[in-house]
Ligand binder design. Structure first.
Ligand code: NAP
Length: 413
């Protein structure tokens, strides 16, 4: 590489200072993983919209230089590996990346590439904002009351992937150990799974959720767990969460069970209420009283269920964005998977990935482009030009293809 070219690459790199502040050049290189299934369709649409929004907001002043990196089926076909080391290194080096969905076989085959990516890069906080866009069909009578951000622990609990098939040598060994060493009787034909949850991972996730609530002036952080049954894992998550909240945020929080709330149930100005709810009960709370919840911090499996259910309340998975964050890098991706039924059909709703891109623009501090994109999405929907998933629930609208939807959004910037 010529010296000038090398300098150019370095000046296009996003970096993080020792104080954790993101430094973003005007023309950053951002790697993307196209994804499997509907990934190529929604990524092509999202990229066009994001580029157009940046050009609309900053003319020639700012631009993203997209750089493809491989993972999933495309990586396997081209390199024989599902998640090449080069891809991981590119994300580390570039700090910010975007990713389409990747296939994971159920009940056997490769372990999840998504999980591996999150664990290897220590992307410990999966952040999924759930917000209603006016005009989107919803099973709720008041979907506009659903306004929450889910912080889901992203590296352990069921993501540890420690399990053994029923009647395997390993399962039988664990069952024998439980009987001999622990005095616990487990039926011999049981499949065995292990659910490790650490104090460290629980605390850092809760810290990130509380900091987010404070930064965005949101009223509450709810620790969602199943600690009534799983006392030393889910129950510990709650305990460690309260412990962290008191230690790190002391006078900036109010614990609900200690009282001191205002008559409307909120904390005094400048403070955040910390409360907890049992996971099953939380599913009815978010349906019946969504306005009472703002930020949710929860272990891995609860967060997975809850964020898909919340997405359904505001229009379905096609509308659900997300981000996976570590202390050093961020990977933005939709909440949903590869939707294989619609792969290659140019039908899927790209809004999930476009809104993940909006989260990325906000993360970069490019807020003008972020809000232009959001408004254009809103306008396309209120003009009744929508993909199949919304059209089938919105009489009188016109169904457009994924690529056409991108075009209608760009026209409305
Ligand atoms: P899914 O891919 O999320 O899709 C399930 C259904 O959700 C679709 O059939 C469709 O519903 C709706 N949907 C999802 N995305 C949509 C979009 N952009 N536009 C419109 N509708 C959308 O779930 P899955 O079928 O359980 O999983 C398929 C594969 O994806 C699996 O291999 C799974 O492991 C993987 N996965 C990957 C990720 C990831 O990469 N982060 C996340 C979850 C799952 P209708 O059929 O009702 O229209």
């Amino acid at each position: 590489m010529q010296l000038e070219e090398k300098d150019q690459v370095i000046t296009n790199l996003i970096s993080v200072t020792t104080d954790g502040i993101l430094q973003v050049p005007d023309t950053p290189v951002i790697p993307f993983i196209e994804g499997d299934g509907i990934g190529p369709d929604i990524w092509a649409a999202a990229k066009r919209v994001l580029d157009a929004a940046i050009s609309f907001a900053y003319t020639d002043h700012r631009r993203i230089i997209w750089s493809e990196i491989l993972a999933g089926e495309k990586a396997y076909q081209k390199t024989g590996e599902w998640l090449p080391e080069e891809t991981l290194q590119a994300i580390r080096d570039h700090v910010v990346a975007v990713k389409g969905p990747l296939t994971t076989p159920v009940g056997g085959g490769i372990r999840s590439v998504n999980v591996a990516l999150r664990q290897i890069l220590d992307l410990y906080a999966c952040v999924r904002p759930i917000r209603y866009i006016t005009g989107v069909p919803s099973p709720m009578r008041h979907p506009e009351r659903v306004k929450m951000v889910v912080f889901r622990e992203n590296t352990e609990d069921v993501y540890s992937g420690i399990e053994w098939e029923a009647q395997s040598r390993e399962a039988e060994a664990v069952i024998a150990f439980l009987k001999d060493a622990m005095g616990v009787d487990v039926p011999k034909d049981s499949a065995i799974g292990v659910k490790p949850m650490t104090r460290r991972a629980s605390r850092r996730l809760v810290a990130r959720a509380i900091q987010y609530a404070l930064d965005h002036e949101l009223h509450s952080v709810t620790l969602v767990h199943k600690g009534n049954i799983m006392k030393y894992t889910e129950g510990a998550f709650m305990k460690w969460g309260y412990e962290l909240a008191r230690e790190k945020f002391g006078d900036r929080i109010v614990v609900e069970s200690n009282g001191g709330l205002q008559p409307d149930g909120n904390a005094p100005p400048g403070k955040v209420v910390i409360n907890d709810r049992i996971a099953d009960m939380m599913f009815q709370q978010v349906l019946l009283r969504p306005q009472a919840y703002h930020v949710i911090a929860t272990p891995n499996l609860n967060g997975d269920y809850l964020s898909d259910a919340l997405a359904a309340q505001v229009g379905g998975l096609g509308m659900a964005p997300g981000a996976n964050l570590s202390d050093n890098c961020a990977v933005f991706e939709a909440t949903h998977g590869t939707a294989p039924k619609y792969a290659g059909k140019d039908m899927a709703n790209p809004v999930s990935l476009i809104l993940s891109g909006v989260m990325m623009l906000e993360y970069l501090g490019w807020t003008e482009a972020a809000s232009a994109t959001e408004q254009a999405v809103q306008k396309s929907i209120s003009d009744g030009l929508v993909t199949y998933d919304l059209a089938r629930q919105m009489p009188g609208t016109r169904e457009v293809k994924c690529s056409e939807f991108a075009e209608t959004i760009i026209e409305r910037l």
